[in-house]
Design a protein around this ligand. Structure first.
Ligand code: SF4
Length: 435
């Protein structure tokens, strides 16, 4: 992992919501270096902001899932009018997303919003942008300044847009688009610098993952503001997750990126869940809850592992709050090596499972008992950890591979005798149940 790129630090929130710091490492206003903040996760509500009850419910769900910041769109006056009530009913910093009208930004600031997202290219009058900057400066409210690939060319004049697009998508489409995105961002940031306003977070989004990587790599070298990473219009979760993780993972692994938003055409709670999982996987945040590892299964499998893994995942997500590592492995042939370091592990055999807790074998139970017993052991370990009687990661699972006639019956002759066929049937049945 590359060291984190040092940036200025931006603070979002208030005493009621708590302060979320973005970026850091460079000296702050007092001249002392700022402590780099953990990479934060944000998301955006999907419903109309003026529907206060629905909006508050969405924000609270996102915050419960782990969102550090939540953004709401404020396209109309009735949306900014709802903000004060929404802020009063929630406990996470709120970002107002302003598009074409500077007055929405001023109204949002007045309502007590914690951050503004603004694309100065969408506000024609420089004086209007300046009013927003001054209002935010007076209240210490940061502004995200962003360029999106889809919005950097003129949209109102169709002929002009066609000319600009022709220029953009010439012989080297990515290179030209990249140059335009960086140039536009430079142009926008000049407006803020002229007014000595540096409480800024920047973004340069595209739906093209490779372009996102190139764009953020460029702007991270050019500007010292915290970076908001995202792939815009990434699509449904099934494909959007790959696209987002490809781009954001590559950047974060290089130390680039201070706050992320994964955007899906689905329930935004998944954006938060997947954003956190990305940060946990890269070791950029401390994991909250269990870390589940599971084998992909192969011809040795003799239980319905896919269903078991989904059941375990759901139960752990609901009940385990400490970052214990739990392994669900299809057999004891390769499983032990792959489960090395797990706090709790189960190795399946012919319709049975052997359960280990911190290196100790605690049970050998029939397949239908595995889920209940595994969870009981996880909750028991969690209780001991919370009482200070055990420490996670202290002992790894060590399993002596069985002989072919071992107690799990994992020998090749059993597989040859029908275990594989049975596992295939179980797997199909599991998938049909939506496992
Ligand atoms: S743990 Fe066993 S069943 Fe699972 S993939 Fe490895 S060898 Fe196959």
């Amino acid at each position: 992992m590359f060291p984190r790129r040092p940036t200025r630090q931006v603070r979002v929130g208030d005493s009621r919501t708590g302060i979320v710091r973005l970026g850091g490492g460079l000296p702050g206003a007092d001249g002392a270096p700022t402590e780099p903040a953990p990479v934060s996760v944000q998301s955006m509500t999907a419903g109309a902001t003026h529907d206060v009850d629905r909006c508050v419910t969405e924000i609270n769900r996102l915050a419960a899932a782990g969102a550090d910041l939540v953004r709401v769109a404020v396209p109309e006056r009735k949306d900014t009018q709802a903000l004060a009530e929404i802020i009063a009913q929630t406990r996470v910093p709120i970002v107002a997303d302003v598009h074409f009208h500077y007055r929405r930004a001023l109204e949002a600031v007045e309502a007590g919003v914690h951050k503004i997202r603004l694309n100065p290219g969408n506000i024609q009058d420089r004086g209007e942008v300046n009013q927003v900057i001054e209002a935010c400066k007076a209240r210490g409210i940061p502004i995200r300044v962003g360029v999106n690939e889809g919005s950097i060319v003129e949209r109102r004049d169709k002929q002009k847009r066609q000319r600009e697009l022709a220029a953009v998508f010439g012989a080297h489409p990515r290179g030209q688009m990249l140059a335009i995105m960086v140039a536009k961002l430079e142009e926008y940031l000049d407006i803020f610098r002229e007014r000595d306003f540096h409480d800024v977070v920047i973004s340069a989004k595209s739906m093209d993952a490779a372009l996102v990587i190139d764009a953020y790599a460029q702007i991270s070298e050019r500007f010292d503001y915290p970076l908001h990473l995202g792939v815009t219009h990434a699509g449904p979760r099934e494909t959007g997750a790959i696209r987002s993780v490809a781009a954001l993972g590559a950047l974060l692994a290089r130390g680039v990126g201070d706050t992320i938003r994964i955007s899906y055409a689905s329930d935004p709670v998944h954006e938060v869940e997947d954003g956190l999982e990305l940060l946990w996987s890269l070791g950029l945040r401390t994991r909250r809850g269990a870390d589940l590892i599971a084998c992909p299964t192969c011809g040795r499998i003799q239980v319905d592992l896919f269903t078991l893994v989904q059941d375990v995942r759901r139960e752990l997500a609901e009940k385990v709050t400490v970052p214990m590592k739990v392994a669900v492995m299809g057999c004891v042939v390769n499983g032990p090596g792959e489960a090395e370091g797990a706090d709790v592990a189960v190795f399946a055999g012919d319709r049975r499972g052997i359960i280990y807790v911190q290196g100790e074998r605690v049970a050998n139970v029939p397949e239908e008992e595995v889920l209940r017993r595994l969870l009981a052991e996880c909750l028991g370990l969690q209780a001991r950890v919370e009482r200070g009687e055990a420490r996670l990661g202290e002992k790894s699972v060590r399993v002596v591979p069985p002989d072919p006639l071992g107690e799990l019956g994992s020998g090749l002759e059993k597989i040859a005798a029908g275990g594989v066929e049975r596992a295939a049937r179980l797997t199909v049945a599991g998938r049909a149940r939506g496992a």
